[in-house]
Design a protein around this ligand. Structure first.
Ligand code: NAI
Length: 342
């Protein structure tokens, strides 16, 4: 079978990870085109990844007959427009999370996606493709925990990335902590619980990094949620983790509980020395989710080849964004926010 030819837009913090995977680690596809505003990034794609076509304008790349599929890893505010344009040009589309920053633009994008049912659309909630989360999901779906009553989720970026984060946040609108970071946990809550979120209360504080105030971002935020069946979720998100990249999830059910990455270990090595018994910590998202990023890209390519749609849909994008926006509103108004049925 012919290889699926892919063009990528965005070669920043995450774009480079996806581009390398598509060029080297995912079978059945070829990374032929790349689009970025940054000339050095395009030069890297040509020299290191063997990309043949480079673009400064996304509109030109999606018109190229050389590509079958587009990988969108640009800043979040561009996703909706770029998804629609790719769909209208007959391309399969993988888009990073969040699908968009506003409900109206997402609904419009969702209807464009639905009008091209023969083209694959996938959203980058890569935690669903992580081995540990898949294992936990199987246990939960097999009823090992009984009925789920509560989830507790931590997603905290490393303090070492603060400088690059402030640059990222200053250069484009990330949607804020709940949209940019907690959205992964919101997706996990919906995925594990199979229920929608009904009410949220969110709070937050900047303490060590007042420069985050200037870019409208939060250092630490927390949200408490009630789902439609009265199950509960507690989300903690942040940008100031001194030991590394801390992503931890706890599920409590009527028959038992489980934790994914209760201690965010780098690997299985324990060092015993003058500092004591030391376990290194995973340092950033490319390291912790290295395999998950490969697995989700493989799934996207397999879906195109096998003419099927992936599990993560535009609807998941819409629902998770609604919850993230409710958290933002709750934080800004300091009120409990109820999500309406639509
Ligand atoms: P970044 O700021 O490091 O890189 C952005 C890239 O997009 C740059 O190459 C820039 O030249 C390019 N770009 C910006 N606007 C463009 C436009 N209009 N047309 C073409 N290229 C354009 O951003 P980063 O951190 O790589 O994030 C990108 C996306 O990935 C965001 O939506 C973010 O939410 C998502 N992300 C997801 C993660 C995950 O865990 N799944 C982790 C990090 C980011």
């Amino acid at each position: 079978m012919e290889k699926i030819k892919v063009g990528i837009v965005g070669l920043g913090r995450l774009g480079k990870v996806h581009a390398k995977n598509l060029a080297e680690n995912v079978q059945g596809c070829e990374l032929v085109a790349a689009c970025s505003f940054v000339q050095e990034e395009l030069a890297y794609a040509v020299a290191e990844l063997g990309v043949k076509e480079t673009y400064n304008e996304y509109e030109k790349m999606v018109e190229s007959p050389s590509i079958d599929a587009v990988f969108i890893v640009s800043p979040s505010g561009f996703h909706c427009e770029q998804i629609k344009l790719a769909m209208e040009n007959g391309k399969h589309v993988f888009s990073e999370k969040p699908i968009g920053l506003g409900i109206d633009e997402i609904k419009e994008t969702q209807s464009v996606i639905q009008s091209y049912p023969d083209q694959v659309f996938m959203l980058g909630f890569m935690r669903r493709y992580d081995d540990s989360y898949q294992y936990a999901k199987q246990l939960v779906d097999n009823g090992e925990l009984g009925e789920l009553t509560l989830m507790r989720c931590y997603s905290i970026d490393p303090s070492s990335g603060m400088e690059s984060f402030v640059k990222f946040a200053g250069a484009s609108d990330s949607g804020g902590l709940f949209m940019d970071m907690s959205i992964h946990d919101i997706d996990l809550v919906r995925w594990f619980m199979k229920k929608e979120v009904r009410r949220v209360w969110a709070i937050g504080k900047n303490a060590a990094y007042p420069e985050l105030d200037e870019v409208g971002e939060l250092e630490t935020g927390a949200a408490m949620m009630q789902l439609e069946n009265q199950a509960m979720a507690i989300l903690i998100a942040g940008r100031n983790c001194h030991h590394g990249y801390h992503v931890e999830t706890e599920l409590i059910g009527t028959k038992g509980m489980l934790r994914v990455a209760a201690v965010p270990e780098k690997n299985l090595v324990t060092v015993m020395n003058e500092q004591g018994v030391v376990r290194a910590c995973s340092q950033d998202f490319p390291e912790r989710f290295r395999e998950a990023f490969v697995s989700e890209a493989k799934e996207f390519i397999d879906c195109i080849k096998e003419k099927r749609q992936p599990e993560v849909s535009a609807y998941d994008g819409l629902q998770s964004t609604k919850v993230a926006l409710a958290c933002k509103k709750s934080f800004e108004t300091n009120e409990l926010v109820t999500l309406e049925d639509e």
